[in-house]
Write a protein that binds this ligand. Sequence first.
Ligand code: CP
Ligand code: NVA
Length: 329
Amino acid sequence: MNFYGRDFLTLLDYTPEEIAYLIDLAAELKAKKKAGIAHDTLRGKNIALIFEKTSTRTRCSFEVAANDLGMCSTYLDPSASQIGKKESIADTARVLSGMFDGIEYRGFGQEIVEELAKYSSVPVWNGLTNEYHPTQILADFLTIKEHFGKLRGLNFVYMGDARYNMGNSLMIGCAKMGLNFTACAPAKYFPDEALIEKCREFASVSGATLTFTENVDEAVKGADVIYTDIWVSMGEPAQVWEQRINELLPYQVNKATMDKTGKATIFMHCLPSYHDHKTVIGKEIGEKFGLDALEVTDEVFESEASVVFKEAENRMHTIKAVMAATLTK
Ligand code: CP
Ligand code: NVA
Protein backbone atom coordinates (compact mmCIF):
# COMPACT_ATOMS: atom_id res chain seq x y z
CA MET A 1 0.00 0.00 0.00
CA ASN A 2 1.40 3.36 -0.95
CA PHE A 3 -0.01 6.56 0.49
CA TYR A 4 2.99 8.84 0.05
CA GLY A 5 2.20 12.06 -1.80
CA ARG A 6 -1.49 11.22 -2.28
CA ASP A 7 -4.41 13.57 -1.81
CA PHE A 8 -7.29 12.67 0.49
CA LEU A 9 -10.32 14.23 -1.22
CA THR A 10 -13.06 11.60 -1.02
CA LEU A 11 -13.28 7.97 0.13
CA LEU A 12 -14.19 7.11 -3.47
CA ASP A 13 -10.44 7.29 -4.22
CA TYR A 14 -9.44 4.81 -1.49
CA THR A 15 -9.82 1.01 -1.45
CA PRO A 16 -11.43 -0.78 1.51
CA GLU A 17 -7.97 -2.12 2.41
CA GLU A 18 -6.51 1.39 2.42
CA ILE A 19 -9.37 2.72 4.55
CA ALA A 20 -8.90 -0.16 7.00
CA TYR A 21 -5.16 0.60 7.13
CA LEU A 22 -5.79 4.29 7.96
CA ILE A 23 -8.21 3.34 10.74
CA ASP A 24 -5.69 0.89 12.20
CA LEU A 25 -2.87 3.44 11.91
CA ALA A 26 -5.07 5.95 13.78
CA ALA A 27 -5.63 3.38 16.56
CA GLU A 28 -1.87 2.84 16.77
CA LEU A 29 -1.12 6.57 16.93
CA LYS A 30 -3.88 7.00 19.53
CA ALA A 31 -2.32 4.28 21.70
CA LYS A 32 1.08 5.98 21.40
CA LYS A 33 -0.38 9.35 22.39
CA LYS A 34 -2.16 7.83 25.41
CA ALA A 35 1.05 6.07 26.48
CA GLY A 36 3.03 9.29 26.15
CA ILE A 37 5.22 7.81 23.40
CA ALA A 38 6.53 10.54 21.10
CA HIS A 39 5.65 10.16 17.41
CA ASP A 40 7.02 13.37 15.96
CA THR A 41 8.20 11.60 12.83
CA LEU A 42 7.46 14.54 10.51
CA ARG A 43 9.67 17.08 12.26
CA GLY A 44 10.55 20.08 10.13
CA LYS A 45 7.49 19.82 7.88
CA ASN A 46 4.83 22.52 7.54
CA ILE A 47 1.17 22.37 6.65
CA ALA A 48 -1.37 25.02 5.57
CA LEU A 49 -4.96 24.93 6.80
CA ILE A 50 -7.51 26.76 4.63
CA PHE A 51 -10.96 27.17 6.19
CA GLU A 52 -13.64 28.91 4.10
CA LYS A 53 -16.23 27.69 6.62
CA THR A 54 -16.03 27.69 10.41
CA SER A 55 -14.73 24.71 12.41
CA THR A 56 -13.91 23.54 15.91
CA ARG A 57 -13.07 19.81 15.58
CA THR A 58 -11.42 19.74 12.17
CA ARG A 59 -9.21 22.75 12.70
CA CYS A 60 -8.14 21.67 16.19
CA SER A 61 -7.54 18.12 14.96
CA PHE A 62 -5.24 19.26 12.18
CA GLU A 63 -3.37 21.64 14.48
CA VAL A 64 -2.92 19.22 17.39
CA ALA A 65 -2.09 16.30 15.10
CA ALA A 66 0.46 18.39 13.20
CA ASN A 67 2.06 19.42 16.46
CA ASP A 68 2.19 15.81 17.74
CA LEU A 69 3.86 14.76 14.47
CA GLY A 70 6.43 17.52 14.90
CA MET A 71 5.02 19.78 12.19
CA CYS A 72 4.10 23.46 12.20
CA SER A 73 0.70 24.56 10.91
CA THR A 74 -0.47 27.87 9.47
CA TYR A 75 -4.17 28.72 9.61
CA LEU A 76 -5.52 30.68 6.66
CA ASP A 77 -8.80 32.47 7.07
CA PRO A 78 -9.99 33.47 3.58
CA SER A 79 -11.28 36.79 4.91
CA ALA A 80 -7.70 37.56 5.94
CA SER A 81 -5.92 36.11 2.89
CA GLN A 82 -5.98 36.61 -0.89
CA ILE A 83 -7.73 33.29 -1.62
CA GLY A 84 -10.63 33.61 -4.02
CA LYS A 85 -10.86 37.39 -4.09
CA LYS A 86 -7.46 38.37 -5.43
CA GLU A 87 -5.88 34.99 -6.13
CA SER A 88 -7.37 31.96 -7.86
CA ILE A 89 -7.39 28.49 -6.33
CA ALA A 90 -4.90 27.34 -9.00
CA ASP A 91 -2.47 30.14 -8.15
CA THR A 92 -2.94 29.65 -4.41
CA ALA A 93 -2.17 25.93 -4.81
CA ARG A 94 1.11 26.68 -6.57
CA VAL A 95 2.14 29.34 -4.07
CA LEU A 96 1.39 27.17 -1.03
CA SER A 97 3.05 24.10 -2.60
CA GLY A 98 6.31 26.02 -2.62
CA MET A 99 6.22 26.59 1.12
CA PHE A 100 4.22 23.77 2.67
CA ASP A 101 4.36 19.96 2.68
CA GLY A 102 0.57 19.50 2.81
CA ILE A 103 -2.60 21.57 2.49
CA GLU A 104 -5.96 21.11 4.21
CA TYR A 105 -9.01 22.70 2.62
CA ARG A 106 -12.54 23.20 4.02
CA GLY A 107 -15.05 24.99 1.88
CA PHE A 108 -17.92 24.79 -0.56
CA GLY A 109 -18.00 22.76 -3.78
CA GLN A 110 -15.93 19.58 -4.10
CA GLU A 111 -14.62 20.96 -7.41
CA ILE A 112 -12.69 23.62 -5.44
CA VAL A 113 -10.69 21.09 -3.42
CA GLU A 114 -10.21 19.03 -6.60
CA GLU A 115 -8.84 22.14 -8.36
CA LEU A 116 -6.54 22.86 -5.43
CA ALA A 117 -5.24 19.28 -5.59
CA LYS A 118 -4.79 19.45 -9.36
CA TYR A 119 -2.46 22.43 -9.12
CA SER A 120 -0.77 21.49 -5.84
CA SER A 121 2.43 19.44 -5.85
CA VAL A 122 1.89 18.41 -2.20
CA PRO A 123 -0.95 16.34 -0.70
CA VAL A 124 -4.31 18.09 -0.30
CA TRP A 125 -6.69 16.87 2.42
CA ASN A 126 -10.43 17.55 2.30
CA GLY A 127 -11.57 19.01 5.64
CA LEU A 128 -15.23 19.13 4.43
CA THR A 129 -16.96 20.24 1.26
CA ASN A 130 -20.67 20.41 0.49
CA GLU A 131 -20.45 16.93 -1.03
CA TYR A 132 -18.00 15.01 1.19
CA HIS A 133 -16.42 14.89 4.65
CA PRO A 134 -14.00 11.96 4.35
CA THR A 135 -11.86 12.54 7.47
CA GLN A 136 -15.05 12.47 9.58
CA ILE A 137 -15.87 8.97 8.34
CA LEU A 138 -12.48 7.63 9.44
CA ALA A 139 -13.16 8.96 12.95
CA ASP A 140 -16.67 7.51 12.93
CA PHE A 141 -15.44 4.09 11.86
CA LEU A 142 -12.60 4.09 14.40
CA THR A 143 -15.22 4.84 17.07
CA ILE A 144 -17.50 2.06 15.82
CA LYS A 145 -14.61 -0.40 15.70
CA GLU A 146 -13.57 0.51 19.25
CA HIS A 147 -17.13 -0.09 20.43
CA PHE A 148 -18.09 -3.24 18.51
CA GLY A 149 -14.64 -4.66 17.71
CA LYS A 150 -15.55 -4.78 14.00
CA LEU A 151 -17.19 -2.89 11.14
CA ARG A 152 -18.39 -5.56 8.72
CA GLY A 153 -21.97 -6.74 9.15
CA LEU A 154 -23.12 -3.95 11.48
CA ASN A 155 -26.40 -2.20 10.76
CA PHE A 156 -25.81 1.52 10.30
CA VAL A 157 -28.80 3.87 10.07
CA TYR A 158 -28.50 7.49 8.99
CA MET A 159 -31.50 9.66 9.88
CA GLY A 160 -32.18 13.02 8.23
CA ASP A 161 -30.65 14.92 5.32
CA ALA A 162 -28.72 12.10 3.61
CA ARG A 163 -27.96 13.94 0.37
CA TYR A 164 -25.25 16.24 1.78
CA ASN A 165 -21.61 15.70 2.87
CA MET A 166 -22.31 13.38 5.81
CA GLY A 167 -24.95 11.18 4.19
CA ASN A 168 -22.87 10.81 1.02
CA SER A 169 -19.61 10.02 2.76
CA LEU A 170 -21.13 7.63 5.29
CA MET A 171 -22.88 5.74 2.48
CA ILE A 172 -19.58 5.39 0.59
CA GLY A 173 -17.74 4.33 3.75
CA CYS A 174 -20.38 1.76 4.73
CA ALA A 175 -20.61 0.34 1.21
CA LYS A 176 -16.84 -0.07 1.00
CA MET A 177 -16.33 -1.42 4.52
CA GLY A 178 -19.28 -3.83 4.61
CA LEU A 179 -21.67 -2.06 7.00
CA ASN A 180 -25.34 -2.32 6.07
CA PHE A 181 -26.33 1.28 5.31
CA THR A 182 -29.86 2.62 5.66
CA ALA A 183 -30.83 6.21 4.89
CA CYS A 184 -34.08 7.12 6.59
CA ALA A 185 -35.70 10.37 5.44
CA PRO A 186 -38.28 11.69 2.97
CA ALA A 187 -37.17 10.44 -0.47
CA LYS A 188 -36.03 13.89 -1.60
CA TYR A 189 -33.27 13.70 1.05
CA PHE A 190 -31.79 10.45 -0.27
CA PRO A 191 -28.30 10.68 -1.85
CA ASP A 192 -27.88 11.33 -5.54
CA GLU A 193 -28.82 8.33 -7.74
CA ALA A 194 -25.44 8.24 -9.53
CA LEU A 195 -23.61 8.03 -6.19
CA ILE A 196 -26.00 5.32 -4.99
CA GLU A 197 -25.18 3.33 -8.14
CA LYS A 198 -21.44 3.60 -7.44
CA CYS A 199 -22.02 2.51 -3.86
CA ARG A 200 -24.06 -0.49 -5.03
CA GLU A 201 -20.94 -1.66 -6.85
CA PHE A 202 -18.80 -1.29 -3.71
CA ALA A 203 -21.50 -3.07 -1.70
CA SER A 204 -21.58 -5.99 -4.11
CA VAL A 205 -17.90 -6.56 -3.26
CA SER A 206 -18.09 -5.91 0.51
CA GLY A 207 -21.40 -7.68 1.10
CA ALA A 208 -23.06 -4.53 2.51
CA THR A 209 -26.72 -3.79 1.87
CA LEU A 210 -28.01 -0.32 0.95
CA THR A 211 -31.55 0.62 1.96
CA PHE A 212 -33.46 3.85 1.42
CA THR A 213 -36.70 4.23 3.31
CA GLU A 214 -39.11 6.83 4.62
CA ASN A 215 -40.32 4.46 7.34
CA VAL A 216 -38.63 5.01 10.72
CA ASP A 217 -39.84 1.78 12.35
CA GLU A 218 -38.56 -0.30 9.46
CA ALA A 219 -35.25 1.56 9.27
CA VAL A 220 -34.20 1.44 12.91
CA LYS A 221 -35.21 -2.15 13.69
CA GLY A 222 -31.98 -4.01 14.42
CA ALA A 223 -29.78 -0.90 14.13
CA ASP A 224 -26.36 -1.08 15.79
CA VAL A 225 -25.65 2.57 15.04
CA ILE A 226 -28.06 5.48 14.64
CA TYR A 227 -26.38 8.54 13.16
CA THR A 228 -27.68 11.99 12.43
CA ASP A 229 -26.42 15.43 11.41
CA ILE A 230 -27.80 18.97 11.56
CA TRP A 231 -30.69 19.68 9.19
CA VAL A 232 -29.25 22.91 7.76
CA SER A 233 -25.59 22.73 6.85
CA MET A 234 -22.96 25.45 6.75
CA GLY A 235 -23.44 27.71 3.76
CA GLU A 236 -27.18 27.00 3.41
CA PRO A 237 -29.59 29.93 3.82
CA ALA A 238 -31.47 30.31 7.13
CA GLN A 239 -34.76 30.43 5.18
CA VAL A 240 -34.65 26.67 4.62
CA TRP A 241 -35.10 25.92 8.35
CA GLU A 242 -38.90 25.97 8.23
CA GLN A 243 -39.16 23.45 5.41
CA ARG A 244 -36.43 21.24 6.88
CA ILE A 245 -38.17 21.16 10.25
CA ASN A 246 -41.51 20.36 8.66
CA GLU A 247 -40.04 17.56 6.59
CA LEU A 248 -37.40 16.15 8.94
CA LEU A 249 -38.99 16.38 12.39
CA PRO A 250 -40.47 12.87 12.03
CA TYR A 251 -36.84 11.72 11.61
CA GLN A 252 -35.55 13.34 14.79
CA VAL A 253 -33.52 10.90 16.90
CA ASN A 254 -35.31 10.68 20.25
CA LYS A 255 -35.85 8.06 22.94
CA ALA A 256 -38.72 6.48 21.01
CA THR A 257 -36.38 6.03 18.00
CA MET A 258 -33.67 4.43 20.14
CA ASP A 259 -36.21 2.19 21.91
CA LYS A 260 -37.43 0.78 18.59
CA THR A 261 -34.14 -0.86 17.60
CA GLY A 262 -34.40 -3.88 19.89
CA LYS A 263 -30.64 -3.74 20.31
CA ALA A 264 -27.93 -1.99 22.38
CA THR A 265 -27.66 0.73 19.75
CA ILE A 266 -25.13 3.56 19.89
CA PHE A 267 -25.92 7.13 18.90
CA MET A 268 -23.46 9.08 16.73
CA HIS A 269 -23.30 12.63 15.36
CA CYS A 270 -20.45 14.43 13.60
CA LEU A 271 -21.25 17.55 15.67
CA PRO A 272 -21.95 20.38 16.19
CA SER A 273 -25.50 19.51 17.22
CA TYR A 274 -28.69 21.37 18.09
CA HIS A 275 -29.82 19.20 21.00
CA ASP A 276 -30.83 22.02 23.36
CA HIS A 277 -31.14 25.80 23.57
CA LYS A 278 -27.55 26.38 24.68
CA THR A 279 -26.43 27.74 21.30
CA VAL A 280 -27.51 30.93 19.56
CA ILE A 281 -29.03 29.11 16.58
CA GLY A 282 -30.45 26.23 18.65
CA LYS A 283 -32.24 28.74 20.87
CA GLU A 284 -33.44 30.98 18.06
CA ILE A 285 -34.79 28.16 15.87
CA GLY A 286 -36.03 26.15 18.86
CA GLU A 287 -38.05 29.08 20.21
CA LYS A 288 -39.35 30.08 16.78
CA PHE A 289 -40.71 26.59 16.07
CA GLY A 290 -41.53 25.60 19.67
CA LEU A 291 -38.99 22.76 19.83
CA ASP A 292 -36.63 21.80 22.70
CA ALA A 293 -34.23 20.17 20.27
CA LEU A 294 -33.83 19.66 16.55
CA GLU A 295 -32.16 16.61 14.94
CA VAL A 296 -31.59 14.81 18.28
CA THR A 297 -33.12 15.27 21.70
CA ASP A 298 -30.95 16.20 24.64
CA GLU A 299 -32.04 12.96 26.33
CA VAL A 300 -30.44 10.82 23.60
CA PHE A 301 -27.45 13.13 23.15
CA GLU A 302 -26.61 12.88 26.86
CA SER A 303 -27.51 9.21 27.22
CA GLU A 304 -25.18 6.25 27.81
CA ALA A 305 -25.76 5.25 24.19
CA SER A 306 -24.18 8.44 22.90
CA VAL A 307 -20.53 8.15 21.80
CA VAL A 308 -20.32 11.63 20.26
CA PHE A 309 -17.41 12.90 22.34
CA LYS A 310 -15.30 9.78 21.71
CA GLU A 311 -16.09 10.33 18.04
CA ALA A 312 -14.95 13.96 18.29
CA GLU A 313 -11.66 12.95 19.91
CA ASN A 314 -11.10 10.38 17.20
CA ARG A 315 -11.14 13.15 14.60
CA MET A 316 -7.67 14.08 15.81
CA HIS A 317 -6.24 10.55 15.78
CA THR A 318 -7.62 9.77 12.31
CA ILE A 319 -6.56 13.09 10.77
CA LYS A 320 -3.11 12.41 12.20
CA ALA A 321 -3.12 9.03 10.45
CA VAL A 322 -4.04 10.61 7.10
CA MET A 323 -1.22 13.15 7.40
CA ALA A 324 1.31 10.58 8.61
CA ALA A 325 0.44 8.17 5.79
CA THR A 326 0.49 10.71 2.98
CA LEU A 327 3.63 12.54 4.16
CA THR A 328 5.81 9.52 5.04
CA LYS A 329 7.96 7.91 2.31
N1 CP B 1 -17.51 17.48 12.69
C1 CP B 1 -16.84 18.58 12.25
O1 CP B 1 -16.32 18.62 11.13
O2 CP B 1 -16.78 19.59 13.15
P1 CP B 1 -16.22 21.06 12.90
O3 CP B 1 -17.16 21.73 11.94
O4 CP B 1 -16.20 21.69 14.25
O5 CP B 1 -14.85 20.95 12.30
N1 NVA C 1 -23.46 18.76 7.26
C1 NVA C 1 -22.71 19.57 8.18
C2 NVA C 1 -21.53 18.82 8.71
C3 NVA C 1 -20.73 19.54 9.76
C4 NVA C 1 -19.55 18.77 10.24
C5 NVA C 1 -22.28 20.85 7.48
O1 NVA C 1 -21.83 20.78 6.34
O2 NVA C 1 -22.42 21.92 8.07
